[in-house]
Structure formats: structure tokens, C-alpha cells
Ligand binder design. Sequence first.
Ligand SMILES: [Zn+2]
Length: 331
Amino acid sequence: MGRQTTKKISPLLLQISLRVMRHWICIYLQGVDAVKWNLGIQYQMKGVECNSLTVTTAGEVVVWVGTESNTWEIQWYDQQGKLIHTAPSPPQCRHYGEDLSVLAVELGGKQQVALSCWLCQSIWLASQDTRAWSVAWQATGGKGSEERKGQPMPRTMCYGKPGQIIAWNMQGEWKSVSVFDITQIPFRLVVPEMKLGTSAEHLCYCDLPGVGGALAVTDFISDYKLCMFSLDSGELLWTLGGLDEWGEPLKVAGAHWAPQGVCSDNRGRLYVADFGDNRIIVLSAASGSVLQEIKHQHVEDPRYLCWDEQSKSIIVGTLIVGKISYFQIVF
Ligand SMILES: [Zn+2]
């Protein structure tokens, strides 16, 4: 009798323990605080239009910019803002501007820059040493063929789970992402199309306790919202912003917002560039609740954001002005 009771109670105890654990995890997650920050270095890029920004593990900023001579190139800047390398766009790709995006990746211990072109359905790689281009991934089949239409059109990219990158997929309604394994070249397509139901103009990977791999995306094109998805289930975890019944963007932290670049500090916070109200919104990655806003005269038309673990800074890039600003976070 006693044994039977124990057997019945055990799963209940387990369930209670799990609930208590979940409760404490939730408290831990909600406990992410606002941050203190200092303005770090700032510099002007040598270009007229910046359309993508990334940072290497060594702390170099890499941008994809249009030059005064109407060409496009990748530029590498050191931690003092000095231009150290440039590489013109790949000769096989004659597309420019927003059609391409950069992401710094470390492959076999070497710093490289991946450059995606959704029109070429390709991801190119430039080595930091030689600045020579090679193909990391390319859709197969002839132009306009059914075979080609079934494959990703990669635009903006971010890291994913270890050894993976995630790219916004421009096939169909521009509302899905594709996942690539980058542990070998050519990159291997892991998930051709993960439908999100929202565009993912800017995207950022988060590791959320209790959830695992998650993806934050900003939809600036249609719905002015920020969404967090579980990468395992595809489930929508939370949404911030969106449109009201008249199709106007909802207010976020007191103002109409236009969310663009998004990055995570790997300590439970997300940072979002609000192009609409010239500010950086800081929020809890787990719940989507707003913690604070960063307003500064140097946050002007913020478009691109990335997190630099070296300097513990968010690096903010502007589209037209071509200015890079560091905001160092004090933990
Ligand atoms: Zn191209």
C-alpha cells in the first residue's frame, strides 16, 4: 500500500519540481535589468551608403558600402575606426545595395566574411587575408528553372545554433528563413524553408533558457513588429509592436516605432534599432518586455546593430550618414 502511494506520488512530485523550476527560471528571465552605457568611439565610413554591418570575433567592423565611384565594396575597420582592408564585390555578382548582406564567420579558425546575394541565390566568401572570393553556397539548376525556384534566395544573415547560419529567404512572400550548416564548404542546406508568417529583414539568434535556440526578427516591410520564434518548433513566442486597426504602427515605449537592426548581448537582452524614433530599444529576450530606451544625438537614423563581445558594445550603423557609433554596455 505504502509502496503504491509512493509510486503515485513520484510523478506528481516530479511535476511539482518541474513547475517550481520553471517558476524560478521565469523569475530569473524577468529579472533582466536595464543597462548603463557609455558612448565609445565613433567614425565615418569611407562610403556614401552603408547597407550591412557585422563584426568579427577579433572586434573588426565589416561593412558593405556603396562608394563615391558607384561601386560596392566590403570594408574592414579596426577597433579604432581605421580602414584596414577593402574588397570589391565578387566579379560573378553584378548586384548591389540592399540585395547583398555581410556576416563575419570563423571557418577553420580563419576570419572570413560571408556575402549573400538573393538575386544570384549565392553566398560568397571573402578571406580576410587575401580578400579573394569563393563560392560558399549556390542554388543549383538553370536560371528560372523549377529546380532553382525550390531553393533559398538568401538575404540578411545571422548566426544560428553552433555551426549554422540563418538567412532571410526571399522566395515566395519573403516570410521565411533558411538554415545552413557552415562546418564545411560548400555550406549545406539544413532547413530550406522555415515559414515564419512575417518578414525577417533583420534577424538575430538567441539562446533562451527553457526554449533553446530562438530567432528574433524585425518586420519593417509590412507590420512594424519584432517577433521571437522557437527554432525547434517554429512557434511564435512573443511579438512587440505591429499595426493598429487603421494600419498605423503601434506605439512602443511611448512612440511610433520602425524596428530595424536587432542584436543580443548573450545575457538575456535584445537591442533593436528604432529607425522611426532615433533610439535603441533594450528589451528582455525571453519576454519581449521593454527595459529602457537609449536616446543620444549620435543615434540618428539607426539601421544596423551588432553586438561586439570584445568591447561589450552595441555597434550602431546608419544607412545614409554612414556613421558607426559604439555604445558600451556596463554590466
Ligand atoms: Zn548577385
